[in-house]
Design a protein around this ligand. Sequence first.
Ligand code: SF4
Length: 246
Amino acid sequence: MIGNIHSIETLGTVDGPGIRYIIFTQGCLLRCQFCHNADTWEIGTGKQMTVSEIIDDLKTYLPFIEASGGGITVSGGEPLLQIPFLIALFKECRKLGIHTTIDSSGGCYSTNAHFQEQFEELLEYTDLILMDLKHIDKEKHKKLTGLTNEHILAFARHLSDKNVPVWVRHVLVPGTTDAPADLEQLGKFIGTLKNVKKVEVLPYHKLGVYKWEALGLEYPLKDVEPPSEASVEQAYELLTAEVEYI
Ligand code: SF4
């Protein structure tokens, strides 16, 4: 089984518990204005890697990963564009007792039978999902990411119904995703979910701007500066006001 891979980071520390072997998959349906991985957008490109190539490489880091309570995280791009590959990869990880995590925006989530059947199988082998909720307002979500958010909210509800543990993540972009009323609404939505282990506010940063420039694209947030610590704290309060953690 082959995956289209953008890159691999062998000892990541922020995308899930412990030390993580992080695979960035190639391809995404969203076009987030703050994306720091714009070079992962194109579908069907990247480096083709087999599951066994990845597992062989991962095994060399296992002592560090296991000692830290870590595991594997598949990020992107959007990992759920390559579900059959993820199933094959996570099955092998299960055999080795490796904790499995997916970092997803749910941007390609669908209720169609084919997607659901594959997704159902993938969840059997998935320990944690880092679920990116970009904006609660449908039109603002479209402006920010290129798509409206109905299917992403459905993705979140589905994971809650199935009791799949999630870390909810929200990128705080001044002037775009930081309006208190929107954060309060998003917090109310998060409060309805029954599977939340953690909520993280990720301060917007400009580290990926050079990738937009390399792709010949104009960066839409070039005048926006990172948020203050106080506004990150305030956002966290609003997002977690109604959460009952698992
Ligand atoms: S979902 Fe992630 S990879 Fe896709 S555009 Fe948004 S930030 Fe970039």
